[in-house]
Design a protein around this ligand. Sequence first.
Ligand code: CTP
Ligand code: MG
Length: 177
Amino acid sequence: MLTLADLAQLLVFMLPAYFANAAPVLFRTGRSKTPMDMKMRFYDSRRVLGEGKTWVGFFTGVVTGTAVGYATWALGMLRIYPTMEQHLLVAFLLSLGTMTGDVVGSFLKRRLAMKKGRPLFLMDQLSFYVAAILFVLPWRPQALDFAMFVALGAVTALVHYYANVIAYKAGLKKVPW
Ligand code: CTP
Ligand code: MG
């Protein structure tokens, strides 16, 4: 049975991923920093990843997400792992998965000839989510079965959508997605 308490626990579980994803925007890391693809082009002569993916942004995401994971342990918000080390490792992998999925999403967008920052419905909202879960699959919470994965994905897409609208209104982003 899919319960609200399970969903709440899973949202706390996912906080490192959400904060990792938001960190480059919150900390405005993208401004005149070396892009991850070193400006290289793929066989289709388009950029491999584009200017929107920087190393500083990538590592800012991983560090921020891991720190948020530490906070959820320290505040006792999530106690499903026996030790802090295990909890932190999962938070780190969620954050690493998030930033990797975000890069994969941009790679696919460039292959579809989409310019940096153009919206691609579901890819923008969910590539990070799917990758984050994949990275922690062996250590996922018990409540995270397939039905929950789908439900949490839907909630994640909504949160991502509205968070970006807010970031846009707050002047942090040039576009509301
Ligand atoms: N960012 C970054 N490094 C990353 C991820 C994000 O510097 N690894 C910063 C960039 O300034 C980027 C912004 O965060 O423009 C927003 O990220 P995102 O929406 O993922 O990138 P887009 O600019 O929309 O580019 P894309 O079309 O490739 O998704
Ligand atoms: Mg974007």
